[in-house]
Design a protein around this ligand. Sequence first.
Ligand SMILES: NC(=O)c1ccc[n+]([C@@H]2O[C@H](COP(=O)([O-])OP(=O)(O)OC[C@H]3O[C@@H](n4cnc5c(N)ncnc54)[C@H](OP(=O)(O)O)[C@@H]3O)[C@@H](O)[C@H]2O)c1
Length: 606
Amino acid sequence: MECCCSSGTISSPLFSTFQGYSSPCGKGYSEKLLHPRKQCFRLSKPFLQLNGSLHPIDYRRASTHLPNKSYKGRIYAESKREPWDLGRFIKTLYFFNGPPSPEKILESLFTKLPGLAPSEPEKPMQPSGLVLVAGGTGGVGKRVVDVLRKKGYQVRVLVRNEEKARRLLGPDVDLVVGDITKESTLDPERFKGVRKIINAVSVIVGPKEGDTPDRAKYNQGIKFFEPEIKGDSPELVEYIGMKNLINAVKGSLGFRSGKILFGFEDNKYKELAWGALDDVVMGGVSQSSFQIDPTGGENGGPTGLFKGIVSTANNGGFTSIRTKNFSAPEDLSPYDGFELRLKGDGRRYKLIVRTSGEWDTVGYTAMFDTAAGQWQSIRLPFPVFKPIFRARTVPDAPPFNPANVMSFQLMFSKFESDGKLNPTFKEGAFELPVSSIRAYMAEPITPRFVHVGSAGVTRPDRPGLDLSKQPPAVRLNKELGYILTFKLKGEDLIRESGIPYTIVRPCALTEEPAGADLIFDQGDNITGKISREEVARICVAALNSPYACDKTFEVKSVVPFSETFTIDPENPPPEKDYNEYFKTLKDGITGKEALERQEQESPVAV
Ligand SMILES: NC(=O)c1ccc[n+]([C@@H]2O[C@H](COP(=O)([O-])OP(=O)(O)OC[C@H]3O[C@@H](n4cnc5c(N)ncnc54)[C@H](OP(=O)(O)O)[C@@H]3O)[C@@H](O)[C@H]2O)c1
């Protein structure tokens, strides 16, 4: 709340005047409000203040003049003052606090001095940068874990078998035990704090004749044995499992297009319970409202409308609308700021965001200027929100924590903070159409979901392929439970999820070291081999590359199958700058183009 008094607690006469009055807000409410002396108000000083000194309040109107069950009555607080509207004051209290305990609002309004720190300590910022590796016990996955750790990332690993994971990855590894085919094991709460994921989960393939405990035959290469699916089907792991995994992590990873928090978008309306919170709570007479204007938005569509009349009478000078607390805190950690879509009027407004459910706490506040008569998008990065309490900066408050957003307040005020005044302030009427508030991801956006897929996923149904030149999985797609078909369907789920992604499709995987020259390609045409170590490095590099974002590509080394690639372990080749490869990639190429062309040329009769 804005405070325009430099100090002051309320004098009890303001309330005692209304003893015996009936309230529209329920018996408990009226009893407490109207018999304040029975309550815990110990309000020693007069509330209203003029010219820096406190003045007692002088009532002109007896309570009996007020109509029953109505708060339209006004109090003439003192000479040369505007009449103050008690009805609006009570409505304000009632809207935000409801019947059970309005006295809490009164207490907090008047018993705390401006500038005091809030009662509830804020939670510290969540650690950022936690990377989840799914399938961290697999050939690629365990190397991904290793590369991430060496680069200093905070890593958590999703595994099916804890004992196996600790044996492979070390006793101290941070684990989430779960099975992506079992939705019940993937409660999104368990992934809070995860900012990125590298997914190397795969349906298990192995030789029909069996394998060693450490899967030596599988690791050597599918072309060297007759493969079969072990355990869960490709449909269950690659498609249903992918759906489960995406659902589990999407809230933590975030969406490229942001998260709508209020307003109108794509013919949908995300509602928030806004109520006016004007300087009436401090004795002023400004007033505002929030309405839905069905045709006042862009292109004649609907918009929210914050409008009002602001006055400096009675030492006032602000109007605002504030939402009730959200039913559950919004975790906006994947995002970088708030974006308001609004039609400006040349004035400077404030957006105040609270991260505590308590009424009277620090409001993280950002000011923004608007351009008169223009629909515009205002971006307010999270770091610009400063902790303010009653128009004063709270220097020792923690920074804004986007993981716990509880309410919004939009304000037009004469006051900025710490004694500064709003240079655009004008008394009188104003209107601010606000059609949406969203959390946004700042550019450049980097991938949040990096997936290890497979070259060949679009080939099983592709016309004109010489299958004898294709890898075993393409030739044996049907025998292997349509493994590639379901891998492609799983990829599609990622591409359609709205999460920024990279899909890396390696050719045949080997246990050779990283370091060979690489060929990146798109369109799903190449065959060859590539080291698992190299794939792991590519995945980790993709995490921070905007060039890799929303790209699907195949990769192999230049070394043919007939040659073994080795390095001098004493003098390994330097790690590549994978950005040079990522930069060559194009949007929208998946290899499905050939399938789609085929469908258009010979549509299936319905
Ligand atoms: N092999 C090749 O030549 C080749 C070629 C191109 C692409 N690829 C693809 O490259 C990717 C990585 O291959 P890779 O050799 O690293 O695979 P991998 O060694 O078989 O690893 C598979 C991983 O997935 C995990 N997993 C399986 N089902 C799971 C489930 N339901 N829930 C959670 N985790 C599960 C496994 O866990 P457990 O340890 O518990 O089994 C294991 O960690 C795969 O998608 C593969 O298809 C392979």
